[in-house]
Design a binder for this molecule. Structure first.
Ligand code: HMG
Ligand code: MG
Length: 313
């Protein structure tokens, strides 16, 4: 099995990260976070979601944040959309790329979007049709693919069938969400194996939460299977409000360090990323959930101090 030469990282901290933080972060700080992330070399930054503010009050400032950020050339700035109402609001704000979401779990679908899986597919179909006729690219998430907090194990064939339907509807990429972080390398490989029997894995991304500390080994397993797109969140912030106990997403710093060690290109400046992770962690009032961040931040501080000493400051 050969590893990919290049990997695309989709940064989800401003959306998946901040949607689940108890501390309310101001629009100004969110804009600063995204602007700093844009300078690290990340190709995709999920900015916010246009969901019901009653369901996710943390992201009620979606329009202000989306319109307030500096859009860097070559970087995509998708937003998460649950229905037509969200799409209309996103289009009015000038959004050019969206992500839709569903799940193989009936119970999770009800808890997360107040509808059945079939109804969610109907909503997605309507959203994709209008989005595409307005030149808006659509990515899709499948949540709970390796386990659901309410229904337990998920059937890999069911996940593969749903993914295929989403691709047929016109989504260009499917992100496989291990929403509660229960996956292991073996389960990851088995799922990808089943999916690869009916779809091309080049259209799939992996999205791991780190509840059991398995995210990085799962990513390695996914890379071995040919996955070339990875979702992650700076400083490991995040979770899912409708999946109690789910830890944050795998930290982008940890993923980039792993990929650098494997000689896999990402185009990302790890030192800049560490600084962003420190910035948002400080705003959240805690330490980064990333060993790589903690270790490198220490080295960066020490080397800056020795440069100042050498300059007589
Ligand atoms: P509902 O309550 O059934 O909606 O929620 P409704 O259609 O009955 O409308 C109720 C009210 O909400 C109405 O307002 C609507 O206008 C309004 P009222 O007339 O009562 O004043 N409304 C909206 N407002 C703003 N934006 C909208 C919108 N839609 C309706 N888009 C709904 C259904 C889908 C809206 C709701 O359940 C919802 O917003 N759910 C989203 C929950 C969410 O964001 N979860 C986290 C994201 S998924 C995730 O994190 C997993 C992922 O990271 C991958 C992984 O880790 O696995 C992607
Ligand atoms: Mg998530």
């Amino acid at each position: 099995m050969s590893l990919p030469r290049k990997v695309k990282i989709v940064e989800v901290s401003p959306r998946d990260g901040l949607q689940n933080e108890a501390k309310q972060i101001s629009a100004e700080i969110k804009i600063e976070l995204i602007n700093q992330l844009s300078e690290t070399g990340l190709p995709v930054i999920e900015v916010t979601s246009f969901v019901s503010p009653r369901w996710i009050p943390q992201l009620a400032d979606n329009r202000e944040v989306f319109q307030g950020i500096t859009k860097k050339e070559g970087v995509s700035y998708p937003v998460l959309i649950p229905n037509l109402k969200g799409l209309e609001a996103a289009m009015a704000a000038g959004v050019k790329e969206i992500a839709v979401f569903t799940t193989p779990s009936e119970t999770f679908s009800q808890r997360n979007t107040n509808c059945s899986v079939a109804e969610s597919l109907k909503r997605i179909k309507e959203v994709v049709e209008i989005a595409k006729s307005n030149d808006i690219q659509v990515r899709a998430y499948l949540s709970c693919v390796l386990g659901c907090p309410y229904e337990g194990e998920m059937d890999a064939k069911k996940v593969a069938d749903l993914a295929q339907q989403l691709l047929q509807l016109g989504c260009y990429e499917i992100s496989l969400g291990d929403t509660i972080g229960v996956g292991t390398p073996l389960k990851t490989k088995r799922l990808l194996e089943v999916i690869s029997q009916q779809s091309n894995l080049s259209q799939f991304a992996v999205h791991f939460h780190d509840t059991y500390g398995q995210a990085l080994v799962n990513i390695y397993a996914a890379l071995e299977m040919g996955i070339q797109t990875i979702d992650s969140s700076v400083a490991g912030i995040g979770g899912c409000p409708y999946a109690e106990g789910a830890a944050g997403n795998v930290a982008t710093e940890d993923v980039v360090y792993l990929l650098q060690g494997l000689n896999i290109e990402t185009g990302i400046d790890l030192e800049k990323l560490v600084t962003v992770g420190q910035f948002i962690s400080k705003e959240l009032g805690r330490l980064p959930q990333s060993k790589v961040n903690m270790a490198l931040a220490h080295i960066i501080v020490q080397s800056k101090a020795s440069i100042s000493l050498a300059n007589g400051k």
